[in-house]
Design a protein around this ligand. Structure first.
Ligand code: MOS
Length: 752
């Protein structure tokens, strides 16, 4: 990273002055999206392109014993059929584990079947129709083996690590003593089902080889990671792979890593020597591209006579595939939220015949939070306390597992603002105490929201040009969250320019690695990289001016300069300054450049814990005869440091809360225990909320100034909204009905 020259005022831990951050800019690509002119991966049609369609396994475990390749090849328009017989062999076996992010993928290296919907062949044709029809003619036969799909269908084992590298046994204090000595206890088991990402845009790829270089149009939340994996698989250099991923129609973690079917598209292009497009069909997404693993969570909590927590024991049983490891890290949330003298989190796991689970929107935190928030609510009830009062008594002032102070914390204010807006003070303590005019049982519930403030690594490049304009380059990703706009706001402020004086490039892998858009970390990580790169460019410009006798800034080094509106001014005398254009033109320079990195500060993270926080309040109405449940009103109050674009941050919170409704009331993938196939692997039967499911929803942005978390004070907003919401709804259902349903989703059959 270019270091700052002395004498400038940048990079002192505060954002530079500017008028772009904090403004409600409309998405820069909004017009392109609403008019259908934004070019998503599958919209690309290079000359001579062929269409590839996967055939997938209808059995969950066994071998493919025959495929009628001749019939498919004889179909008009079919060019080639790729099977394990003729699939290009790879430079690295796809089962080799070379990094925590290299998950095993199924790309026709043998005839083994490891889960339902696994690719077993790819038909390549001149039209989508011909490829689709060709795939139907393959008539596969299988040797089947017995399948396991449930948490009790195999032997439990202790995973080496859960999530990405977290220990499977953690805690402090004597939990058994804490439970034994408690005046009130909860001992309850909660279940969450498998969830599939179901982004509107399926995984897709358009792949073109030119010798050993590869051009890819492919939605990606992590282009540099994908380049690395693909380079290893195909035996080429990462720099010889260009990925274009300007837009994603939803990522949700499912596009964080290059998916097996995308690799198949590249192999198909290699096999036929022409560009190939492969787009997954909706039902094919239920298998090879990851899902949220199911959990069963045994919660044991104790409280003393005054309602103070004495112990939390959070035991998770979860499932991974039979051939690879990813464990939904559901107990992590118990490390982060409530103060307890004794804490234990533990995992056991079982192998089942499904695809390998993966990160799905708030991995672990979503599924764990609903169990923790429901158990906390049950303990509040056991103590005879209002559930908000119970949380106010027990929320942590420091991170419970590590004991480190939070970089900042506005949770108390989130509780207060949300409760006031919702009208919580009028809530009767007892359940089944409210009925509306239509005779519907009405209940109010609360859930605490939290998400760790992760940062990965990112790089950026900034340039100031002789015409006074700026350019910022970063290989960042817009998966619908608004990165195109929010990161440009940071870039424009970094260069002290209006947005229309900035050219902002992102979304392709030939730009500096912008890091992964995951873990709600992207704005912080890419934003800090941009902040540092633009700071370096300003510093380089200031250096030029301060050494130039003709500049009013000559010799200002001892006092420093400030940048504003495309000008630099002496810090000690702001009447003395000049424009960027004047400095560069006089120096005969076309531009100056700066580079910067974004990552968390290890010294700060040694001493502090960084989390975002929030509180969600929910009203539900339940039909007393039919058990039909509606979430009728949701209010969330969230604090996540600096808000770059309030409109988009609000939108992220609302989206997260809707995912929470989905977790509590709707979403569930059901696997057939006999066949191992998804019973509801389509968007008609796999339920997600529609507008009619969300009558009233509000997100309050609570101000928070976090001077420690990073130079811009940004924490993630993408995933936190899910975390409090599902618990709030489940707790509201109890308050409406007096029934504790502990198995997600809470559907009417479980109430009556
Ligand atoms: Mo997210 S599951 O980190 O895309």
């Amino acid at each position: 990273m270019t270091t700052m020259s002395t004498g400038t005022t940048m990079n002192t831990g505060h954002v530079r002055h500017g008028s772009n951050i904090g403004q409600n800019f409309t998405r820069r690509e909004a017009m392109l999206k609403v008019t259908g002119t934004a070019r998503f991966a599958a919209d690309n049609h290079p000359a001579a392109m062929l269409y590839a369609v996967m055939a997938v396994s209808s059995v969950a475990r066994g071998w493919v014993t025959s495929l009628d390749v001749a019939a498919a090849k004889a179909h008009p328009g079919v060019v080639e059929v790729m099977t394990p017989e003729n699939a290009p062999k790879l430079a690295q076996h796809p089962d080799d584990k070379t990094s925590p992010f290299s998950f095993r993928i199924d790309v026709l290296q043998d005839a083994r079947v490891r889960y339902a919907n696994q690719p077993i062949a790819v038909v390549i044709a001149e039209s989508l129709e011909a490829a689709t029809e060709g795939a139907l003619l393959l008539a596969p036969a299988y040797a089947r083996e017995a399948v396991a799909v449930g948490l009790d269908d195999g032997e439990w084992f202790v995973p080496d690590a859960v999530g990405v590298g977290s220990p499977p046994r953690q805690g402090h204090g004597d939990v058994e003593a804490g439970l034994r000595d408690a005046a009130r206890r909860v001992d309850a088991t909660y279940a969450t089902p498998p969830h599939y990402h179901n982004a509107m845009e399926p995984h897709a790829i358009v792949a073109q080889w030119d010798g050993d270089t590869l051009q890819l149009d492919m939605p990606s939340q992590g282009m540099a990671i994908a380049q690395g994996r693909l380079a290893a698989l195909f035996g080429i250099e990462p720099a010889d792979i260009v990925i274009r991923s300007p837009y994603l129609g939803g990522g949700f973690g499912g596009k964080g890593l290059v998916a097996g079917p995308q690799v198949l598209g590249i192999m198909a292009a290699k096999l036929v020597g022409k560009p190939v497009k492969l787009v997954m069909r909706r039902e094919q997404l239920y298998g090879p591209v990851g899902h949220r693993g199911m959990t069963r969570q045994h919660m044991r909590l104790g409280a003393d006579a005054d309602g103070g927590l004495t112990a939390i024991d959070h035991h998770v049983v979860t499932a991974t595939s039979r051939f690879d490891d990813f464990f939904e890290p559901s107990a992590g949330v118990s490390h982060a939220l409530y103060a307890t003298p004794a804490l234990s989190t533990r995992y056991d796991a079982v192998r089942v015949d499904t695809g390998t689970p993966l990160f799905v929107r708030a991995p672990g935190v979503a599924s764990g939070s609903v169990a923790l928030e429901a158990a906390i609510d049950e303990l509040a009830e056991a103590c005879g306390m209002d559930p908000l009062a119970f949380r106010l008594k027990n929320y942590a002032e420091t991170e419970p597992l590590s004991g480190k102070p939070f970089t900042s914390k506005a949770l108390r204010e989130c509780y207060a603002r949300g409760a006031a807006r919702f009208g919580w003070a009028n809530r009767p303590l007892a359940p089944r105490a409210m009925t509306d005019a239509a005779g519907l049982l009405t209940g109010w519930g609360i859930g605490t929201a939290t998400f760790p403030a992760h940062m990965f690594q990112a790089n950026a490049r900034a340039e100031i040009r002789a015409d006074g304009s700026g350019v910022v380059d970063i290989g960042a990703h817009d998966m619908g969250q608004g990165a195109w706009t929010a990161l440009a706001q940071i870039a424009a402020d970094g260069l002290s320019l209006a947005m229309d004086r900035l050219t902002f490039h992102m979304g392709t892998s030939d730009l500096p690695d912008g890091g992964m858009a995951g873990g709600s970390s992207h704005t912080a990580t890419a934003g800090v990289a941009i902040h540092n790169a633009t700071g370096a460019a300003i510093a380089a410009l200031a250096e030029l001016a301060m050494r130039d006798e003709k500049s009013p800034l000559f010799g200002a080094g001892n006092f420093g300069v400030v940048s504003r509106d495309g000008h630099l001014y002496r810090r000690d005398d702001e009447s003395r300054g000049e424009s960027y254009a004047a400095i560069l033109t006089r120096a005969g320079r076309a531009s100056v450049e700066g580079r910067g990195q974004g990552a968390s500060d290890p010294d700060v993270m040694k001493k502090y814990a960084a989390h975002a926080h929030g509180a969600v309040f929910a009203e539900v109405k339940v039909d007393p005869d039919l058990g039909q449940i509606r979430a009728t009103r949701l209010v969330g109050a969230f604090a996540a440091g600096r808000v770059i674009n309030p409109r988009m941050v609000e939108s992220q919170y609302l989206g997260g809360m809707i995912w929470g409704v989905s977790l509590a009331l709707l979403e569930e993938a059901i696997m057939d225990a006999r066949t191992g196939r998804p019973v509801n692997g389509n968007l008609a039967d796999y339920h997600v909320p529609v507008n009619a499911d969300i009558p009233s929803i509000e997100a309050i942005l609570v101000d928070e100034h976090d001077e420690l978390v990073n130079a811009l004070g940004i924490k993630g907003v993408g995933e936190m909204g899910i975390t409090g919401t599902a618990g709030a709804i489940v707790n509201a259902i109890w308050h409406a009905t007096g029934v504790r349903v502990r198995s997600m989703p809470v559907t009417l059959d479980k109430l009556i």
